[in-house]
Design a protein around this ligand. Structure first.
Ligand code: AMP
Ligand code: MN
Ligand code: MN
Length: 323
C-alpha cells in the first residue's frame, strides 16, 4: 500500500473510531470551507458517527451557502459539546481557525485536511495535498476508505466546495482528477445547474451595487501589470451590501486582460483585508505571506493594519512592475 493510501486509511480509521467529532474550518468561510465542513459532517453521519459542524464564535454561515443541507446546524466553537476528535479543514495554520483553534489544539486527536501549500501540519494526523483543487476534493477521496455510501447531501456540499475553489471549473487547479471527482459527485446527486445558480446567480441588488462601485474604481499600477480596486465601510452602508457578499467580488476585476496580478482592498476602520489573484503564473501566495497572510500561488490574501493608501503602497512594491 502506498503511503498516501496508508494515510487515508489511518484517517478513515481515526474518524470511524471517534465517538464524537467536531468539524471546523477557517474564518471568513468560503465555499470550500462551508462545503467541506458540511460534506464531511454528512459523510461521517452516514457512517454512524456523532458529528457537530462548528464555526468560530461570532462567525455566521454566509447567506450564499445557507442553502447547503445542514447549514442551520452550526454550533459556535465556544459552545461545542464534549468531543474526542476535531477535524480542521482548509486552514493551513491554527491561527486561521478563530476560536475554533482552542477546540482543535485542545483535542486529544486533531485531523487536519487541507490543500494549502504552506500548511503547518499542526494535526496529530495530517492529510495535506496541494495538488488537490479544494479540501472538498480530498474529502471525496476518503470515501472508499470510509466504507459508506455518499448521499445527495454529501455530494451537494462537496461539489459546492470544488466548484467554488476552481472558480466554476476555470482556474489552473481544474485538473482531470478534479473534474472526474466532480462528475462522480453529480452521479451521487449533486445538481450542477442548481448549485451554480445558488452560488453565482442569487446575488442581492445591493451586492450588484457594490460590484458597480468596484468596477468604477478599477485602476492600474506598476506599468499596467497590476489591476486593483477597493471598497470601504461606507460602501456597505450606502449600498446595504453585507461584508460576506464580497466573496467573489475580485472575479469582477480579474477578467481584465494584460495584467499579471489583481488586488481587491477592503478597508475597515484600522485595517485592510486584501484579496490577490495571479494571472500569467505570478506567485501572489509569496507576496501574501510576506505581508502576514497566506494562500495559494494563484489566489491569496492578507489583512494588514493601515489605510487603503498605505497598504496599497506596500503591496505594489512587491508585485511585478515594468522590469
Ligand atoms: P480570498 O481572497 O479571501 O478569497 O482568499 C484567497 C486565498 O488566500 C484563500 O486560500 C485563503 O485561505 C487565503 N487567505 C486569505 N486571507 C488570508 C489571511 N489573512 N491569512 C492567510 N491566508 C489568507
Ligand atoms: Mn478556503
Ligand atoms: Mn480551499
Amino acid at each position: 500500500m502506498s503511503s498516501r493510501s496508508e494515510r487515508l486509511q489511518q484517517i478513515a480509521e481515526a474518524l470511524l473510531s471517534a465517538r464524537s467529532v467536531a468539524v471546523c474550518a477557517h474564518v471568513d468561510p468560503d465555499g470550500d470551507a462551508m462545503g467541506s465542513i458540511l460534506g464531511l459532517t454528512h459523510l461521517l453521519r452516514c457512517c454512524g458517527a456523532t458529528v457537530t459542524p462548528v464555526l468560530a464564535s461570532g462567525v455566521s454561515a454566509p447567506a450564499t451557502y445557507r442553502f447547503l443541507p445542514g447549514a442551520n446546524e452550526f454550533v459556535p466553537a465556544s459552545e461545542s459539546p464534549e468531543i474526542d476528535l476535531v477535524v480542521a479543514l482548509d486552514a493551513p495554520d491554527p491561527a486561521r481557525l478563530g476560536d475554533a483553534r482552542d477546540l482543535a489544539l485542545g483535542a486529544s486527536k486533531l485531523v487536519v485536511i487541507d490543500h494549502h501549500p504552506d500548511n503547518k501540519l499542526y494535526g496529530t494526523l495530517n492529510l495535506v495535498d496541494d495538488r488537490a483543487a479544494a479540501t472538498g476534493e480530498i474529502i471525496w477521496e476518503l470515501l472508499p476508505y470510509l466504507d459508506c455510501v455518499a448521499d445527495k447531501r454529501v455530494a451537494t456540499c462537496l461539489y459546492t466546495a470544488l466548484m467554488t475553489d476552481t472558480g466554476r471549473f476555470s482556474y489552473g487547479n481544474t485538473t482531470p482528477a478534479a473534474l472526474r471527482r466532480a462528475a462522480e459527485m453529480i452521479e451521487h446527486g449533486a445538481d450542477a445547474a442548481q448549485l451554480y445558480q445558488h452560488v453565482y446567480e442569487s446575488r442581492s441588488p445591493a451586492a450588484l451595487a457594490l460590484v458597480a462601485r468596484t468596477l468604477a474604481r478599477l485602476a492600474f499600477a506598476n506599468a499596467g501589470r497590476v489591476a486593483y480596486s477597493w471598497i470601504g465601510p461606507e460602501d456597505f452602508i450606502e449600498t446595504g451590501a453585507l461584508p460576506e457578499e464580497t466573496e467573489n467580488l475580485i472575479d469582477e476585476i480579474r477578467v481584465v486582460r494584460g495584467v499579471d496580478a489583481v488586488a481587491l482592498l477592503k478597508s475597515s476602520h484600522d485595517s485592510v483585508r486584501v484579496s490577490l489573484r495571479a494571472k500569467n503564473g505570478h506567485d501572489v501566495g509569496l507576496v501574501a505571506r510576506t505581508l502576514g497572510g497566506g494562500g495559494h500561488s494563484a489566489a491569496a490574501g492578507f489583512t494588514r493594519a493601515g489605510t487603503i493608501e498605505s497598504v496599497l503602497a506596500e503591496l505594489l512594491a512587491l508585485l511585478p512592475s515594468a522590469n
